[in-house]
Design a protein. Structure first.
Length: 289
């Protein structure tokens, strides 16, 4: 079977996108593993399926490179929004997309028939430890003094102590604020935090440096992938906790390796990310069941 695909990047994750309404595959997890293999030449942070939905405009399914289906990715959401407009699946500039993490609202800025910017409302962050997969160690519970949120908790990672905060966007995200992200040995600390025993399943890891009240700089360790050029929900996690700590306001530009993403945390507690998406290339994959 020949499967047309599009590789897209949204100032962060570069995923492979497939219109699942046009192809029939018996095992999407198997395809995700094959198409995400960086040695294959397609290479990506995972597989995104665009599917019909009974409750809104489209449904998005997200698969990590190991074939695991996950809940939601903000950068993938933005690229899906461009994909469906770019390929004529809709002529709307405002619509909703169904994910395992919930219904997400998106809006497109279109100029001369091309999408130049994407606004994604990814909803309210979840802080409750009953809903984020965290099981703190006894000494950490003492430091938290019975708190129900995994917020500003010191954790010893090898030879260094990090102060961690975690929340959920339908999947776990952890952020640590440090003085200098450029000099961090992310290949050492990223996997140690991703696979730490306090997390019941692996977490994405955002290392963040606040440069001033309106700007944050991050490096992102994506679970199951390694360091990526950026992560939309990682940017949002950094802004939410920076604002809660009084380090920034609620409207912040976040610099990733891949480029700048603007994040707004509005008065209704919804978090919005604003930035472009780019078609990297189109191709075909020969799938064998």
């Amino acid at each position: 079977m020949i499967i047309p695909f599009t590789k897209m990047q949204a100032y962060g994750n570069d995923y492979v996108y497939v219109n699942a309404d046009k192809v029939m595959v018996d095992d999407w997890s198997k395809l995700a593993i094959k198409i995400s293999d960086r040695h294959f030449g397609v290479g990506s942070d995972g597989l995104i399926l665009i599917c019909p939905s009974d409750v809104c405009d489209f449904r998005m399914r997200v698969f990590d490179p190991d074939g695991t289906e996950c809940e939601m990715c903000g950068n993938a959401l933005r690229s899906v929004s461009k994909y469906v407009y770019h390929y004529g699946m809709t002529d709307k500039t405002k619509f909703s997309i169904e994910t395992i993490g919930g219904l997400q609202q998106v809006g497109l800025d279109v100029k001369d028939g091309e999408v130049v910017n994407i606004h994604a409302d990814i909803g309210k962050p979840v802080f409750d430890m009953d809903r984020i997969p965290v099981v703190p160690e006894p000494e950490m519970m003492n430091a938290m003094s019975g708190a129900k949120e995994f917020f500003s908790v010191p954790v010893q990672i090898d030879d260094r102590e990090f102060v961690m905060s975690s929340l959920s966007w339908g999947n776990p995200h952890t952020v640590m604020f440090i003085d200098d992200v450029d000099t961090l040995d992310i290949k050492k600390y990223g996997p140690l935090i991703e696979n730490h025993k306090i997390f019941t399943k692996r977490t994405n890891v955002t290392f963040a440096q606040v440069t001033d009240e309106n700007n944050i700089k991050i490096r992102e360790w994506e679970r199951g992938v390694g360091e990526t050029i950026g992560c939309g929900t990682g940017c949002c996690t950094a802004v939410v906790f920076a604002a809660r700590l009084g380090l920034t306001g609620r409207h912040v530009d976040v610099m990733q390796i891949g480029g700048m993403l603007h994040v707004d945390w509005d008065d209704d507690d919804h978090v919005h990310m604003v930035g472009p998406s780019h078609v990297v290339y189109e191709g075909e994959y020969i799938y064998e069941a």
